[in-house]
Design a protein around this ligand. Structure first.
Ligand code: NAP
Length: 244
């Protein structure tokens, strides 16, 4: 039977690359998005036109009820849920003194509570089948902290803590939980940087280049595969050697 994966934040960037890879590998793919309806539905139509099994679902991951509905619809359409990729995320650049409470809460709500909401909604069906794989997208800034990204770094560090605790809690149920901590990846999340700023950053990356969304998708697919059955509670850095 085909396996089913939900990829949150799949309208662009890493999530879109992941949805494409899973579709090509023969999975049923749920393409989740929040605000980018145009690009998400274009991706969905394009994959469907190639005969891939896909479903589009709008849900704000920070909203528990919307997430629950997405999981219910997934189970209704595909019958089971094997993999959850918690990829949806937003960034915020600014001094901590310029970060107001509303902005701080939004970063935590989407990047951390969103992971909690999605995990909580998928876990009952995974426990009933005694199998499942959850991959959470953190960031190298969650490992080492980024200046002017206090809320984002805190949220992504929280994702790592959540991953480790949940891995221990769910291991007896046959479910693995891992995180990926990407380095600088070429997506719209970094579109606010100038070419000069990006070049300066690249000089500090041992492998001497920015990573691609496809390279993160490949790591996600690996952790979702049977090859990673004995890996749980781990944080895989995909960062060109920036954090070792
Ligand atoms: P991106 O191109 O900006 O894509 C972000 C995705 O998250 C979009 O599909 C967006 O969908 C979705 N999203 C945002 N808020 C959402 C919400 N409330 N509910 C559901 N979906 C939501 O960024 P990206 O670089 O691919 O980032 C993907 C993940 O990788 C994020 O968790 C990010 O923190 C992490 N990451 C990225 C980098 C990097 O350098 N790019 C490095 C480390 C970690 P809509 O547009 O439809 O709202």
């Amino acid at each position: 039977m085909k396996k089913t994966v939900i990829v949150t934040g799949a309208s662009k960037g890493i999530g879109a690359a992941t949805a494409i890879l899973f579709a090509q590998k023969g999975y049923n793919v749920v393409i989740n998005y929040n605000s980018s309806h145009e690009s998400a539905s274009l991706l969905c139509r394009s994959l469907a036109s190639h005969g891939y099994s896909v479903m589009l679902h709008k849900a704000d991951v920070s909203n528990r009820l919307e997430v629950e509905l997405m999981v219910k619809e997934t189970l209704y359409k595909f019958g089971s849920l094997d993999i959850l990729v918690n990829n949806a995320g937003i960034a915020f650049d600014g001094l901590v003194t310029d970060t107001d409470e509303v902005e701080f809460d939004r970063i935590i709500d989407v990047n951390l509570k969103g992971v909690f909401n999605c995990c909580k909604s998928v876990i009952p069906s995974m426990i009933s089948r005694q199998s499942g794989k959850i991959i959470n997208i953190s960031s190298m800034w969650g490992q080492v902290g980024a200046s002017c990204e206090v809320a984002y770094s805190a949220a992504k560090a929280g994702v790592i803590g959540l991953t480790k605790a949940l891995a221990k809690e769910l291991a007896p149920s046959g479910i693995t939980v891992n995180a990926i901590a990407p380095g600088l990846i070429e997506t719209s999340m970094n579109s606010n940087y100038t070419i000069e700023e990006l070049n300066d950053f690249v000089e500090t990356i041992p492998l001497g280049r920015i990573g691609s969304a496809d390279e993160i998708a490949a790591a996600i697919e690996f952790l979702s595969s049977e090859k990673a059955d004995y890996i749980t509670g781990q944080v895989l850095g995909v960062n060109g050697g920036y954090v070792v």
